[in-house]
Design a protein around this ligand. Structure first.
Ligand SMILES: Nc1ncnc2c1ncn2[C@@H]1O[C@H](COP(=O)(O)OP(=O)(O)OP(=O)(O)O)[C@@H](O)[C@H]1O
Length: 241
């Protein structure tokens, strides 16, 4: 379980971009974040994934007060709270499988990525997760030849192999055709429902949030202005964003 209380973020020497944000997320929740350009969606996700420092606030994850923990404990949280960029970086010349095993910059220690050391368990786990994503026929394809949707789904498999319990995804379906976007979001939704993951995804465009999310958070100028169950937003609610 994730409990965020009073999260504020000031850019050093610059403006405050997140103001006193509080919410909770439980196992199985698929939460969408909406808000216009510059409202703080990406910054919120980066703070949740500890890619950005917090100016103030409390971050409770599975009963631990994360910001009060030491470096090692924070690294463990980074492994469990995976950050998925809009266009996840995959090593273009390496296969999907190799990318999944090596892991992402955010989730896997540098020595692991440099040496490319692989345990037998990692290999089996990676193949299993790639197969579950319906990407078995792409496991040995170089990443540069994967489509946008396949890259996203490979990145999801990579996050899971390295222990993700929470996935924070920044615009995971931006630039994808509707069919590929449906595939990515169905998969994220299934991970929540079947495996109890928490997914927090920026889904500002279109009606993806309304169709897939259990809950919708809305940001405006860095403030949380909306926190509702996933459903079609009213005109008044849309005006808040
Ligand atoms: N390093 C930085 N220095 C100064 N301002 C920053 C920095 N990073 C983000 N900001 C500002 O913080 C605010 C929130 O940015 P953020 O990228 O989170 O917005 P967003 O809602 O994700 O926007 P978009 O939908 O356009 O990606 C913006 O006003 C942005 O200019």
């Amino acid at each position: 379980m994730l409990r965020i209380k009073g999260l504020s973020k000031r850019i050093p020497g610059g403006p405050k971009v997140l103001h006193d944000i509080s919410f909770e997320a439980y196992e199985g929740d698929f939460i969408a974040v909406k808000g216009s350009s510059g409202s703080g969606k990406s910054m919120l996700l980066k703070c949740l994934a500890l890619q950005e420092s917090w100016s103030s606030g409390t971050y409770m994850f599975n009963g631990k007060d994360v910001l009060k923990e030491g470096w090692l404990a924070k690294q463990k949280v980074k492994q469990q709270v995976a950050y998925l960029e809009e266009k996840p970086f995959l090593y273009p010349e390496k296969t999907g499988l190799k990318n999944v095993i090596i892991g992402s910059v955010n989730q896997t220690p540098a020595w692991r990525r440099w040496t490319g050391m692989v345990r037998n368990d990692d290999y089996m786990g990676a193949m299993d997760l790639i197969e579950k994503r319906g990407l078995l026929d792409k496991a040995h394809t170089k990443a540069k030849h994967l489509s946008g949707g396949e890259r996203q789904r490979m990145a999801v498999a990579r996050a899971l192999v390295h222990g993700a319990k929470v996935i924070v995804a920044d615009e995971p379906v931006s630039g994808l055709d509707p069919h590929a976007a449906d595939a990515v979001l169905s998969e994220l939704k299934a991970l929540c429902k079947n495996e109890g993951l928490i997914v927090i995804a920026v889904l500002h465009q279109g009606d993806w949030a309304e169709r897939y999310a259990d809950r919708i958070l809305g940001l405006n100028a860095g403030k949380l202005v909306l926190d509702v169950y996933g459903r079609r937003l009213t005109e008044r609610e849309k005006m808040l964003l």
